[in-house]
Design a protein around this ligand. Structure first.
Ligand SMILES: Nc1ncnc2c1ncn2[C@@H]1O[C@H](COP(=O)(O)OP(=O)(O)OP(=O)(O)O)[C@@H](O)[C@H]1O
Ligand SMILES: [Mg+2]
Length: 383
């Protein structure tokens, strides 16, 4: 920090992040052990007002455990949870769930079958002691929001799965929560409906600007819904970033492999350009290629060391580039090709390692081999 900006400070000992609005939710070094598993093992996270944060990770990585602690159903063993700047949980203190101003939609937390759609949505408002007329108006507004205005009198058994989840969503939003928690809310829906609901949810989240913490193990869902994705692995955060950051510049092999399809190419580091944040790598199976790398990795990189490059399937091309000297070539052996309508999906082989390619053409092979190309900025050094 420069002396002039230090002089502008009015509150002693604040950091640059304090110029941002107070987080709606903050997790500090959160820990929870379940049985003999460290289910949540030191999570730090801030969620800003209006932000949509998605916890993404494989089964058992601690997503639901984290959400249940935020909801107040489960007490942490260590660390703190703050809601709107106030302590909500630590190892010896808990604000009860109903006092946290949360809305919740879970995969299994279904709507009440014996109540109509309107009664389901209005329940929380009635419990809160609102007047009949206010409840009715609010219910009508919420049902309009989730496009169920016509179905207010129906019962859940008379609705589709997607409509039932929209009722659950309207119910969660009706009490005007400060934070919306969703745990795999779409996973019981069929594939087509799940995709449609993703975009609906995103549009709704943006329209009403509600702060959202969303749990899923579905990477596509995470990329669509998140302002920031938190990638979890074994109770710890692997990476936090925008969908573009976690997809294009994954901080580890785990993240590279978990989000999207990862082609990994081995090579030897030949030169380092720290100023431009990139390196050149002599590939075992082809030319020397430029690849981008994180500043942290570059700081300790030495030429001659072994390097693994990440190359996404859509970045590999068959067409010989206009300026072949600016792109890297790799030699691949023919494998299988599947036509998927918008593209071909090819499974090739590069010196014994698989290479997945998405291409508008099935490619041209001579003697079972083809030279493929990729641009310098499409490769990324993975750790
Ligand atoms: N009641 C329990 N007793 C013992 N271990 C538990 C209990 N509940 C969860 N665990 C373990 O804690 C870890 C985290 O579980 P959690 O439910 O948070 O995972 P998740 O990321 O939500 O997974 P999924 O995607 O399958 O829902 C897992 O290893 C799980 O087996
Ligand atoms: Mg879970």
């Amino acid at each position: 920090m420069s002396p002039s900006s230090a002089a502008l400070r009015t509150v002693p000992d604040v950091t640059a992040t304090d110029t941002q609005p107070r987080p709606r939710l903050e997790l500090r070094n959160l820990h929870k052990r379940l049985g003999d598993t460290a289910a949540v093992n030191g999570i730090d996270l801030k969620v800003a007002p209006g932000e949509s944060v998605v916890l993404l990770g494989p089964s058992g990585c601690g997503k639901t455990t984290t959400l249940r602690m935020v909801a107040g159903f489960l007490q942490p063993d260590g660390g703190e949870i703050h809601l709107d700047g106030r302590l909500a949980s630590d190892a010896s203190f808990t604000v009860p769930p109903e006092k946290r101003r949360l809305g919740m939609v879970f995969q299994t937390y279904a709507v009440w079958p014996h109540k109509s759609v309107a009664e389901n949505v209005g329940y929380g408002l009635e419990v809160a002691g609102k007047k009949r007329a206010d409840v009715d108006a609010e219910v009508a507004a919420m049902l309009e929001l989730v496009q169920l205005g016509d179905l207010a009198r129906r019962f859940p058994a008379e609705l589709s799965g997607g409509q039932q989840q929209r009722v659950a969503l309207a119910r969660a939003l009706a009490t005007r929560p400060s934070l919306l928690l969703l745990d795999e809310p779409l996973s019981n829906l069929d594939a087509a409906l799940r995709q449609e609901m993703r975009f609906e949810l995103k549009a709704l989240q943006k329209r009403i600007g509600i702060t959202t913490l969303y749990v899923t193990h579905d990477q596509d869902e995470a990329l669509v819904l998140a302002d920031r994705v938190v990638v979890l692995n074994k109770g710890r955060i692997e990476q936090v970033g925008t969908p573009e950051e976690v997809y294009r510049t994954p901080s580890s092999r785990f993240v590279a492999g978990f989000i999207g399809t990862a082609n990994l190419l081995e090579g030897t580091l030949s030169s380092i350009d720290r100023a431009r944040g990139r390196v050149s790598v002599r590939l075992d199976a082809g030319d020397t290629a430029w690849a981008n790398a994180s500043a942290k990795w570059l700081a300790s990189a030495v030429s001659g060391q072994r390097v693994t490059l990440l190359l996404r399937p859509e970045d590999v091309r068959f067409e010989r580039p206009e300026h072949p000297d600016q792109e890297a070539g790799i030699l691949a052996s023919a494998g299988s090709a599947s036509f998927l309508g918008s593209r071909y999906e090819l499974q090739l082989d590069v010196a014994g390692t698989p290479l997945r390619v998405q291409s508008r053409t099935p490619g041209r092979f001579e003697d079972g081999r083809a030279r493929l190309w990729f641009r310098p900025d499409s490769a990324w050094v993975v750790e």
